[in-house]
Design a protein around this ligand. Structure first.
Ligand SMILES: Cc1ncc(COP(=O)(O)O)c(C=O)c1O
Length: 753
């Protein structure tokens, strides 16, 4: 392959002088110039003119003709571009054939361009935006130039990476070797797309060593060396220049956007071209490392030429990967003005919702439609929803949609007027609860429900202390945040946390700690699903014992059913019943409105009335007629479609499948849960909880298999599988197959952390 091996400089200045005199009538003493394959001399004639004699690599037959034709083409298309001009031979030809020591060579004489080398770091340099713009101008001038010789195979052409990758074994440093192999694999996956992009003649090697700058150092005054020109995808031009800037140590990763922006200013880039940049830049850096590794063994003199570039290329490759493809590509799209619709949406979102607004998945989804257990993105791709419990009876269930539509079309008002729907709903709810839990207060979210429950408990007991589980999540209001160590609420002096189930009960310690601070507990809050504890499913004895102890302490028991209510466990309609807990207050949220905002507090009538007597509680939207219609419809569908039963049978089937996966994959250590709330614990190769691996699995499930899951648990390493209650065996099969495939890849990518 051409250019892998350098060509030795075998022409002497005297031989060069003789040729120049014979063919071009030039006198003067030539001096050697750099050149990896062509051998170049600078010649100052007695008349004061300076020329460059280019003896083209004999292996590159016909190259002189191509270079001459290119330079003429550029000069005619954009005469202002600082490229060398050709000095014709005495015969009038642009290039001539000479014989030196019996070897036939092609000679091309070009005008010397004024300027000096790219300035050292610290000194003023041309801006990367201007450099990008100049490259684009050059490519505009090159457009339409065609010569079959440009289809040649050059080692430096990134498209040769897949064959060069065979030399990866010659790279000594294992991290660099892995990075190069990753780059080669990613590039190979990209190659089809790359080959489909617009192509033309490009310079292909516009790095600082091939550029001259003016006296100020800030403007490019010369573009040299058209010996590596190829016919290739246009995007290779800026990509190669960017990669070379990194390995020459003149550019930082942050400069790449400026170069792309400058390029796009002169020649509009296509979105698909920008998408390829990351892989192409990585590929060029990988090639520098590979060529150096190969030459170290087979061409030591040539390796010397890369002695500084190769380590820098290695470092740049690692830095590029650390910065991440998604973030860099987004910044390049922004610079090029090619932000794809989804990226533009993300940018707009960050602007209006704040950069900290959480998004799921490495490649966030733009979901536009849901139906049953499926969601669809803006491109029409279908995703199996194994995560969302809010659409309890399935996305956009027709019965719920119709109930909401009908009521919204009739009347949407609040609970300060007499209205039957909210009473029907309260009746339906309380009829499903243990006797005594007979009065409801309606709000709009789980957080509000817990906030009110907390106030009721404090009013009823006259106490201010609270007991919660460690890592608990109960919501986002100021009061409830104090009960939510899982989201920044740790450390409130009124709150004591209890250890997760199946460890020795530590209620006594918690009560003593509260007493020590002059407090007594008003309430014990329990998410009956124990979701943020890692989706634990302890024996009923655990909660029953705890509940009895809490009650004995005089505190109220609040069952937070936001996750587990309405039959999700499959075995019980209420999570607290599965736990063996007897609550004083029950709070509901998420699933009850199937997506329509609705939260409920249910307690004993005496407790509610005592609270109402002390505080005027009214929520404008809480319990509005439309919410009531939604809530009623959900209960009806649950029963009609026997969804609790489905949760039990499908859940058991799914759990068995997950347990089978645990037995086969070292990425998993346990599967647990009940009904349609299951957890799959992800570990590293040493069996330790691994959030990064879990995150990669979740991302891959979404991106590659269209299977939506999430993460939870104290270590953030438990796959949360919590689909709509209409999830069936065939869906469990699809999800398990996808998890199996992703886990096989995770197992193969061994990682100790
Ligand atoms: C157990 C539990 N309680 C309360 C909440 C808060 O509900 P909302 O987000 O509707 O305020 C959540 C939400 O995730 C929850 O999981």
């Amino acid at each position: 392959m051409r250019a892998l091996r350098t060509t030795s400089a075998d022409i002497t200045p005297a031989q060069a002088a003789r040729c120049a005199a014979e063919t071009h009538g030039l006198d003067g003493e030539p001096s050697n110039l750099d050149g990896e394959r062509d051998q170049n001399f600078s010649l100052l004639t007695s008349s004061g003119a300076r020329h460059v004699l280019k003896f083209v690599d004999p292996a590159d037959s016909g190259a002189a003709a191509v270079q001459a034709a290119v330079l003429r083409h550029i000069a005619s298309r954009d005469p202002g571009l600082p490229v060398p001009r050709i000095l014709p031979a005495r015969s009038g030809a642009d290039h001539v054939r000479v014989s030196i020591a019996g070897v036939s060579r092609e000679l091309l004489v070009i005008g010397h361009l004024a300027g000096r080398r790219w300035p050292a770091t610290g000194a003023p340099t041309p801006s990367f935006a201007d450099l990008g713009a100049l490259l684009a101008r050059l490519d505009r001038a090159l457009e339409g130039f065609f010569d079959p010789a440009l289809a040649r195979e050059l080692a430096w052409d990134v498209r040769r990476l897949p064959s060069l990758a065979a030399f990866a074994g010659e790279i000594e440093d294992s991290r660099a070797r892995d990075a190069v192999s990753d780059a080669a694999a990613a590039f190979e996956r990209r190659l089809n797309v790359l080959n489909g992009l617009r192509s033309q003649a490009i310079h292909g090697d516009c790095h600082a060593g091939n550029l001259l700058v003016d006296d100020t150092g800030t403007a490019v005054s010369g573009i040299l060396d058209f010996g590596d020109m190829i016919h290739a995808p246009l995007v290779l031009e800026p990509a190669v220049s960017m990669a070379e800037g990194l390995s020459e140590g003149i550019a930082r990763i942050g400069d790449l956007a400026a170069l792309i922006g400058g390029f796009a200013r002169e020649l509009k880039l296509q979105s698909a071209e920008v998408d390829c940049l990351f892989d192409v830049i990585r590929a060029r850096l990988a090639i520098t490392i590979l060529v150096q590794a190969w030459r170290r063994r087979h061409d030591p003199a040539g390796a010397g030429a890369l002695a500084r570039a190769a380590p820098r290329a290695e470092e740049a490759l690692h830095r590029l990967c650390d910065a991440g493809e998604a973030a860099l590509t987004a910044s390049w799209h922004e610079a090029a003005g090619t932000l794809p619709a989804r990226a533009a949406l993300r940018k707009r979102r960050a602007r209006f919702l704040g950069a900290g607004a959480e998004l799921f998945y490495r490649e966030p989804l733009q979901l536009v439609r849901g139906a049953d257990v499926w969601m669809f993105d803006a491109d029409g791709r279908r995703y199996l929803d194994v995560y969302n419990n809010v659409p309890h009876v399935g996305h956009a269930h027709p019965a719920v949609v119709e109930a909401i539509r009908r009521q919204a079309a009739t009347l949407a008002t609040n609970t300060r007027y007499l209205h039957e729907a909210i009473l029907d709903y309260a009746e339906q709810l309380t009829s499903r609860l243990p006797a005594g839990l007979d009065a409801c207060l309606f709000v709009n979210s789980g957080s509000e429900a817990n906030d009110i429950a907390w106030r009721i408990a404090q009013t009823a007991t006259g106490r201010r202390g609270a007991l919660i589980m460690e890592h608990a999540y109960h919501g986002i209001t100021d009061a409830v945040t104090a009960l939510t160590p899982a989201a920044g609420g740790a450390g409130d002096p009124r709150v004591e946390t209890l250890r997760a189930p199946d460890e020795a009960p530590d209620l006594e310690r918690a009560l003593a700690a509260l007493t020590g601070r002059g407090l007594a507990p008003a309430a014990f809050f329990l998410d009956s699903a124990l979701t943020s504890n890692g989706i634990l499913d302890p024996r009923p004895a655990w909660a029953a014992q705890l509940g009895a102890g809490v009650r004995a302490s005089g505190a109220l028991v609040v069952a937070d059913e936001v996750q587990y209510g309405l039959g999700r466990s499959g075995s019980h309609f209420w999570g607290f019943a599965r736990r063996g807990l007897e609550p004083d207050i029950v709070t509901l949220g998420k699933p009850v409105g199937n997506g329509f905002p609705l939260g409920v507090v249910i307690t004993r009538r005496a407790l509610l009335e005592e609270f109402q007597a002390r505080c005027a509680v009214f929520s404008t939207f809480g319990g509005n007629a439309v919410a009531a219609a939604a809530g009623l419809a959900v209960l009806e569908v649950l029963e009609r479609e026997r969804l609790m039963e489905n949760a039990q049978t499908t859940g058991a089937y799914f759990l068995a499948k997950l347990r089978e996966l645990v037995s086969r994959h070292r990425a998993f250590s346990a599967a647990r849960g009940a009904g349609l709330l299951l957890g799959l614990e992800v570990v590293d190769d040493l069996g330790r909880p691994s959030k990064p691996r879990a995150q990669r699995i979740v991302d891959a499930l979404a991106a590659r298999h269209g299977v939506l899951t999430g993460l939870d648990g104290p270590g953030g390493n438990v796959l949360k599988l919590r689909p709509p209650m209409t999830f069936k065996r065939e869906h469990a099969d699809l999800a398990a197959e996808a998890i199996d495939a992703v886990a096989s890849a995770a197992d193969a990518a061994a990682e100790p952390a």
